[in-house]
Design a protein around this ligand. Sequence first.
Ligand code: SAH
Length: 265
Amino acid sequence: MDSSNSTPEVSEITSVSKSDNRPISTIVIIVAMQAEALPLVNKFQLKEDDNSLFPNGVPWVRYHGIYKGLSVNIVWPGKDAVLGVDSVGTVSASLVTYASIQALKPDLIINAGTAGGFKAKGAGIGDIYLPSVVAFHDRRIPIPVFDLYGVGSRKAFSTPNLLNALDLKVGRLSTGDSLDMTATDETSIFSNDATVKDMEGAAIAYVAELLKVPAIFVKAVTDIVDGNKPTPEEFLQNLATVTAALDKAVTEIVDFISGKSILAL
Ligand code: SAH
C-alpha cells in the first residue's frame, strides 16, 4: 500500500472525560528555541528553576510562575552540550515532553514555535496557525500499516471556542527532522495536506497521546517554503519579528485559557 494514495488514519491525541469541568490549573508550553522562549518567559514573568526537575546534567530548562491563576511552565530543551546550538528537532522535543508530563502532570500541553509555511496553501510570513492535525513527513516505511505508523497523523485537541475568539489560522502541520525539504519530503508533505512545516509538532503529539494529555500547537510562519528565498536566510531574517507575533498569540491563548475548563476551550 502506498501511503500517498491512502487517506491517513488520524487518531485523537486524547479523550478528556466529559465531566471534567475543573478550571485548567497547570500548562506546559514546549518551545524549541531560546529566541522563541525568552520573550514569553519575560511576558509571563517566569523564573528559571534553581533545582532542575530533570535528570542531572541534561540541558533542559523549565521556567515557571503563576500567571492569571495558572501555573505556567515553559520548557526549552536547552543548548546542545557539545555544539552550543538550540536542541531543535523531534528527539529533544519528545524527551522534554515526556519528562515535563511526568514531573508536572499538566492539564494541557502547548507546543509554540516557528514554522515554514506554504504560500500555495495560503500561508504568509507572520501568520499564526493553530493546526488541527499533525503528521510526520520523513518516516517512510513502505509496508502496509507500518506506512501509517510512520506518518503518525494525530488530531490536535479540539478548541472551537478558542478558534472563535482569536484571530488564528487553521491548517495541517507536517513535522520532519530537517529544516530543508527534499523532493521526497515534499510529496509526503503534500499528502499530509500541510500548510505549515516544523521540526517538533508531530513528535510532541505522539508523547501527549501516549500519556493522555491534551495538546495544541501554535505555529508562526518565519519562512515561505514554496517561495524564492533560501529558507535559512529567510528564517533568520524574520525570526525576531515573527517571534513577537508568536508571543502575542501565545499570550492571548493563555489569557483565554485562564479560568476555563479543558472542555470549554
Ligand atoms: N538556523 C536556525 C536553526 C533553527 S531550526 C538557528 O539559527 O538556530 C528551525 C526551527 O524553527 C525548528 O525548531 C523548527 O520547528 C522551526 N522551523 C522554522 N521554519 C521551518 C521550516 N521551514 N522547516 C522546518 N522547521 C522550521
